[in-house]
Structures are given as C-alpha cells and as structure tokens.
Design a protein around this ligand. Structure first.
Ligand SMILES: *Cc1c(COP(=O)(O)O)cnc(C)c1O
Length: 235
C-alpha cells in the first residue's frame, strides 16, 4: 500500500509541476513518518524514498537509531517544534531542520553542530496565517524576517536554505494558494536583499498542489502516503 500511495503522490507532484510549467525534479518529496514505526520507513525506503521527516525530536532520534544501518543513505529532516534544551541532539543527529523559528535556536544549532559533519541545513519558519498560536516569525513583519534571516545566514554550523510554513487549512485550490504565495514573495524579497535561498518548504497532503503552483521546492507529505494518523483509522 505504501508503495502504491507513493506512486500516486509522485504522479500528483508531476501533474502539479506540469500544470505550473515546472520541471518535475524541481520539487522534492519529504516523506513524513511521524507516528509510524521504523518498518514504515523501511518500506518507503525500499520504494525509493531517501528523505524522511519527523515532528517530535525524541521519536525522530529513536527512529534514526532503529534505522542506523540506513543512516548514510537517508536524509533526516526535523519539521516540528524545537525547544532550546533539545538543540544539541538535533544538531548531532539530523541533516535538516525546517522549523527554526528564532535566531537563538539557529545559534545553538550552529554552535552544537559537530565539526566533522557538513553544516546543518535549516529553514526559517514563517507564520503566514497570522494566528497567535502558530510558531514562526510573523510574515507581516518583513523587516523582522529579513533581519532574522540575514543573521541566520551568517552562522557557520548551519546553512540557511530558505523558508518553511504550515498554513491554516483552507478550502479550495485558490484559497490554498494565498499563504503559499506569501511565502514565495518573502523568499523573493530575501533574495533581493542579497541572500541566496533556494528552498520553499511548503505543502502537505491536503494542499501540496497549490503549494507547487506557488513554487514549493520541498513538499512534506505524510497521510497521503501512510494513511490517517488518528486513532481508530488505518491505511
Ligand atoms: C504532519 C506534518 C506534515 C504532513 O502532514 P500530512 O497532512 O500528513 O501530509 C507536514 N508538515 C508538518 C510540519 C507536519 O507536522
């Protein structure tokens, strides 16, 4: 089932790219395995996936350990909230962190990244929906986004690659495009300021088509591959 779903998701990405006049290889699939065990990762790996996303630090660390035999062939991405007291283990174990929402976290990751590893690849998380509860730098405060991104881009142990957002669920395709467009416009603004960012991490199972239409370079997809996560439902 996982292999079948992955084929569907790749076809969806290809269709969205073709509708947007983009090359299919311009969008990377991040396979989101939170709440699913190491066996699910192995199955997706066997189907050809190499990038995996985890939401919770401890769950991710446990899975990385359980899959140590594949460590050199997998890129592990943290996509969930990161507190200061967890940065060290993340700097040591992950390849990417999409959810860096303040400078202090980036500074800690930079200091704690082991010297023998390449810089940790990071994205600045931006709040494009304006809800007080959502983490991320406020997209409305462009000066602040620029200042934080510029400071992050000067750190040595991390490499700022771009922006990430988790927009509020929106109804139809056109409504879904709006927050993704906002994130793309912010990336353009940052590059106009002299940064050279190449990553827009946006789009999930429900809105990946709209995100790709607006320029997503990494879509983070879980339930469309592994099925619903809520208790009582299964693939
Ligand atoms: C769970 C999660 C996803 C994947 O969501 P699906 O709707 O299952 O595709 C993507 N990004 C983040 C930050 C998540 O927490």
């Amino acid at each position: 089932m996982i292999e079948y779903n992955l084929r569907q998701v790749h076809a969806r990405i290809a269709d969205a790219c073709s509708a947007a006049g983009r090359a299919p290889q311009s969008v990377a699939l991040l396979t989101v395995t939170k709440t699913f065990g190491p066996d699910a990762v192995r199955e997706a790996f066997a189907a050809g996936e190499r990038r995996f996303g985890e939401n919770y630090v401890q769950e991710g660390i446990d899975k990385i350990a359980a899959l140590a035999d594949l460590r050199d062939r997998i890129e592990w991405h943290l996509i969930g909230p990161l507190q200061s007291n967890k940065t060290r283990v993340v700097a040591e174990q992950f390849d990417w962190v999409h959810s860096v929402d303040r400078l202090k976290i980036a500074q800690r990751l930079s200091e704690q990244r082991p010297a023998h590893l390449p810089p940790l690849q990071i994205c600045l998380q931006v709040n494009v929906s304006g809800e007080a509860s959502k983490s991320g730098v406020d997209a409305g405060d462009v000066a602040q986004v620029i200042e934080v991104a510029r400071s992050m881009s000067q750190l040595g142990g991390v490499r700022l690659r771009g922006l990430m957002a988790i927009p509020e669920p929106a109804g139809d395709f056109e409504a879904q495009r709006v927050p993704h467009r906002r994130l793309r416009e912010l990336l353009v603004a940052l590059n106009a300021e002299g940064l050279s960012l190449d990553t827009l991490s946006m789009g999930m199972s429900a809105d990946m088509d709209a995100a790709i239409a607006e320029g997503a370079t990494i879509v983070r997809v879980g339930s469309a591959i592994f099925g619903a996560r809520s208790a009582g439902t299964s693939i």
